[in-house]
Write a protein that binds this ligand. Structure first.
Ligand SMILES: Cc1cc2nc3c(=O)[nH]c(=O)nc-3n(C[C@H](O)[C@H](O)[C@H](O)COP(=O)(O)OP(=O)(O)OC[C@H]3O[C@@H](n4cnc5c(N)ncnc54)[C@H](O)[C@@H]3O)c2cc1C
Length: 391
């Protein structure tokens, strides 16, 4: 059967692999001129570890993981160190979870896709007309002027999904602002950057080495802002407004780096969740952030992208392409997991971006207490170890 996938990132590449693996002819359209680079390291965890194992890439992902090593200083508004953050306290859901850069994971996924899968970059779906009976097909017109008929169209085109808009209706019906904006940037390598995380109420600015050089991340609490999410100049202006609140540490230099239109690894978006009563509509389905974005603060976006791609491909194939039969099975398998992953975002927010000075002070005190406990447990292990040697 013929499958059209919109979007070539974690969800789209995983879907391309699974549908091709299960014997279907797959075409992928991607709006950008290649895989979109950039992003902070992301996590492959929970059910995605099984998916990666079945794809035969678990070891490769592990080989290329980012190793979280040194604790980083936590700074106050004046740039003074007030605590230490060791990401190992939070990084893993289980010991098996893997953190890897977005680019490396995308390249691993791309390398897995058979050559029969057709990729069409700088192309997206202009219109689609679905037979709507769950067994027919979808007539699709692409932005390059070509047309085709597909048994299934998969929207894997992210938070601002085009397929969701065309088949299910406007973004505002499904995407809920989670209260934050995120910006990322690869910092210029000409100068030295020190690692660390500076917080003021409602704003976090951090620098870390994500394995491929220093990277800045900003997370800012804010009500929803009305802007064109494809207008990069508008993004920079919003970021400038957030960063202008802090004049200490390396923040002025980070702010200047964000304002450079030629900067590498630039990414800006709202931290939002997608909530949909159904992820299928006739012969169209949405997966990954398009269908059920869990929000960056959950750490579960990539996991859900990989898991939803496999689950959709398997249930649809098992039902011989009859979406009316596959859809209930798909929702039954995925819905509870999505709910659980989306709930994680509520836990991440107060740790990363406390909203008041009091909450910030409490968070820093808890970091200090974690550091003390971890030092005490290391000391105890050392004593136990030396006892054992003596015995
Ligand atoms: C550049 C970038 C950086 C990111 N950085 C982080 C990060 O640091 N931390 C984090 O947790 N999450 C990050 N994310 C989001 C993260 O990749 C997703 O939450 C998660 O991996 C789910 O992936 P996805 O494939 O569903 O969506 P996405 O990774 O958002 O991919 C969607 C894909 O669809 C393409 N697309 C969009 N519109 C169209 C269209 N009309 N036609 C065809 N293709 C289209 C996009 O170009 C993109 O390649 C980032 C996403 C991007 C695109």
């Amino acid at each position: 059967m013929n499958v059209l996938v919109s979007g070539a990132s974690m969800a789209g590449l995983s879907a391309a692999y699974w549908f091709a693996h299960l014997g279907h002819r797959v075409t992928v359209v991607e709006r950008s001129d290649g895989l979109r680079p950039g992003g902070a390291p992301i996590d492959v965890r929970g059910r995605a570890l099984g998916t990666a194992q079945r794809m035969g890439i678990l070891q490769r992902i592990d080989d290329e993981k980012v190793v979280v090593s040194q604790p980083a200083p936590v700074l106050d508004a004046k740039g003074m160190q007030v605590a230490t953050l060791d990401l190992r306290w939070f990084a893993n859901e289980t010991d098996d979870d893997i953190e890897i850069s977005r680019d490396r994971l995308n390249n691993i996924l791309l390398g897995l896709i058979p050559k029969e899968v057709k990729f069409r970059f700088e192309v997206s779906i202009a219109s689609l007309v679905d037979d709507q009976d769950g067994q027919g097909g979808v007539d699709v017109a692409l932005t390059d002027g070509s047309q085709g008929r597909y048994d299934l169209v998969v929207g894997a085109d992210g938070l601002h999904s085009n397929v969701r808009k065309l088949a299910f209706g406007p973004e505002k019906n499904y995407v809920r602002h989670f209260g934050y904006y995120v910006a990322l940037l690869d910092l210029p390598k000409e100068r030295e950057w020190s690692r660390g995380m500076l917080n003021v109420p409602g704003l976090k600015i951090s620098v870390r080495n994500a394995g491929d050089g220093p990277q800045a991340m900003m997370i800012a609490a804010s009500p929803e802002i009305d802007y064109d999410h494809r207008d990069l100049a508008a993004h920079r202006k919003i970021i400038d407004g957030f960063l202008s609140r802090v004049d200490a540490w390396q923040v002025p230099a980070i702010r200047a780096a964000f304002m450079d239109p030629a900067a590498k690894g630039f990414y800006f978006d709202s931290v939002s969740q997608t909530h949909m009563p159904s992820w299928t509509q006739g012969n169209v389905a949405v997966i990954g952030d398009a269908g059920h974005c869990a929000a960056l603060l959950s750490g579960m976006g990539t996991t859900l992208a990989m898991v939803s791609a496999e689950t959709l491909a398997r249930t649809w194939s098992d039902c011989n392409g009859d979406m009316s039969a596959a859809s209930p099975l798909y929702h039954e398998s995925l819905r509870p997991y999505v709910a659980q992953c989306q709930a994680f975002a509520h836990e991440g927010a107060p740790i990363m971006v406390p909203m008041t000075q009091e909450a910030l002070d409490q968070r820093n005190a808890s970091f200090r207490s974690c550091a003390e406990k971890s030092a005490a447990s290391l000391a105890a292990t050392a004593v136990e170890g030396s006892d054992r040697v003596r015995a």
